[in-house]
Design a protein around this ligand. Structure first.
Ligand code: GTP
Ligand code: MG
Length: 448
């Protein structure tokens, strides 16, 4: 439970336009303050009550009040939501009135922080709420909604339960002498640890692979000068974003844009053409495009089908071979012109033909959609750096625990197991650190 017993108040909707706004109060005086504002005696919990807010005896607005009686509310405290008309004046005045009647202005994220401290939600759910507001795509939103509904909490709980069982066995066996250690129990313990380890490794791997769902997948367009990289970018964006010309080396800096494809948010980078260059500026551009390739989740490598195979194409092919663990889509552009390229050179990548200039890019979009959805799975995933770190730490401790178990050193096995339990538990219930919590909830918006 929280020690601060103040009643907090904030406008929970964006200020300005909009048909309506909500002023929200939470705390022991929430109801009493609302009663004073509305000059109304009774509010039935969870009913929408039409009433008026008065300001120095004058009617300020006609509002709907919903009273959520503790503990059946967002924060588990008494909560009143006052739905008033929108605009820039009314909600502000209602907020001021609540403050005049004893409420305190809420800090960013303070409602959610109270929900967390009062045990209504755990940290993974609170984080999901914060991230939802920032969600860039429908897929991201749906992933976060699963966290809000407690799927990640459940995953953590299951892992912890298994590890606690192992710990209990281990603690009992610590009293046995080395020779008496029951071998079958040790094996059982090993199996349990392996089971959890397997689950943690799996969630870590696919969370990293699917991180683009939340953050946006990074795509880079690479190729030698003049193959049509900027033309392809423009075709994706359906606007003339980048300069296109028949002069090789037109794009000298990288251009970044974003768009949605199949419900996924994508950040795309158009780069300078890759080739040996004596021109310093172009040289920098080339370095940047190599960098873009390294940074990206998906590489779109463009080749000019209307020209013969050249040394520069060979170089790009070699770079692609170095990036084998990336998703690579090889494209044959200028398909509208007579074909000159020796396509066999690219057969290991099954190239796809297109014409960026003619905006014939359906084949590319299709391939891209397929690649972006490759990692699709029903498994719950981790959604933040701190969650990933917790799982990594836990994996490390479990690996160490296994070594200790294999050596029969049960004290150290238990010690590492406890570490693993602590690390994984931090996803939902970090050890109470006021500073950490302030930082996390401070990143929320006001009224949340
Ligand atoms: N016929 C034909 N011409 C194309 C196609 N795509 C691009 N071009 C032309 O090829 C030239 C180069 O296109 P850009 O998009 O500027 O090529 P780039 O790869 O960005 O070139 P750099 O920025 O110089 O590396 C322009 O004249 C385009 O009109 C295509 O599909 N068919
Ligand atoms: Mg260009």
């Amino acid at each position: 439970m929280i020690s601060d017993n103040s009643t907090i108040s904030a406008i929970s909707t964006p200020l300005g336009g909009g048909a309506m706004a909500v002023v929200r109060l939470s705390g022991k005086d929430a109801l009493q303050i609302t009663q004073k504002l509305t000059q109304k005696e009774t509010f039935s919990p969870r009913y929408a009550t039409l009433c008026r807010v008065y300001d120095a005896g004058d009617v300020l607005d006609e509002v709907i009040v919903i009273y959520f009686k503790a503990p059946h509310s967002y924060t588990r405290e008494d909560v009143c939501e006052i739905q008033c008309h929108g605009g820039s004046v009314i909600a502000r005045r209602i907020l001021d009135l609540t403050l005049e009647h004893g409420a305190r202005l809420a800090q960013n994220g303070e409602f959610t922080k109270r929900a967390f401290l009062n045990g209504r939600i755990d940290l993974s759910q609170a984080q999901a709420i914060a991230q939802m507001i920032e969600a860039k795509s429908l897929k991201a939103q749906k992933t976060l909604a699963r966290h809000l509904c407690g799927e990640l909490s459940e995953f953590v709980q299951n892992a912890r339960d298994l590890l606690y069982e192992a710990l209990a066995y281990s603690e009992v066996m610590i009293d046995y002498s080395d020779e008496d250690l029951p071998q079958d129990l040790i094996e059982k313990l090993m199996q349990k640890i392996d089971l959890v380890l397997g689950r943690l490794e799996k969630i870590l791997k696919h969370s990293i692979a699917r991180n683009g769902i939340l953050e946006g997948f990074r795509l880079s367009i690479v190729g030698k000068p003049n193959v049509g990289k900027s033309s392809l970018l423009n075709a994706f964006l359906m606007q003339e974003r980048a300069i296109v010309s028949d002069v090789a080396g037109t794009t000298r800096d990288r251009i970044e844009e974003s768009f949605h494809i199949a419900g996924v948010y994508v950040k795309i980078i158009d780069t300078a053409g890759i080739r040996e260059s004596k021109d310093r500026i172009e040289q920098i551009g080339i370095e940047r495009s190599k960098e873009a390739m390294r940074e990206s989740d998906v590489i779109l490598a463009l080749f000019d089908a209307s020209r013969e195979w050249e040394k520069e194409d060979e170089e790009i092919l070699n770079l692609l071979r170095e990036e084998k663990d990336k998703k690579i889509i090889v494209l044959l552009n200028k398909n509208d012109l007579p074909r000159q390229i020796d396509q066999d050179q690219l057969k290991e990548f099954s190239p796809i033909a297109l014409s960026a200039k003619e905006k014939e890019i359906d084949s590319v979009l299709e391939a891209l959609e397929k690649v972006l959805n490759e990692e699709e799975s029903d498994d719950v995933m981790l959604s933040s750096a701190n969650q990933i770190k917790s799982v990594q730490d836990s994996i490390e401790s479990l690996r160490q625990a296994k070594l200790e178990l294999a050596n029969g050193v049960l004290e150290l096995f238990s010690y590492n197991l406890k570490d693993a339990i602590c690390s994984i538990g931090a996803i939902t219930q970090p050890y109470e650190s006021a500073e950490l919590l302030d930082k996390m909830f401070g990143e929320f918006c006001l009224g949340k």
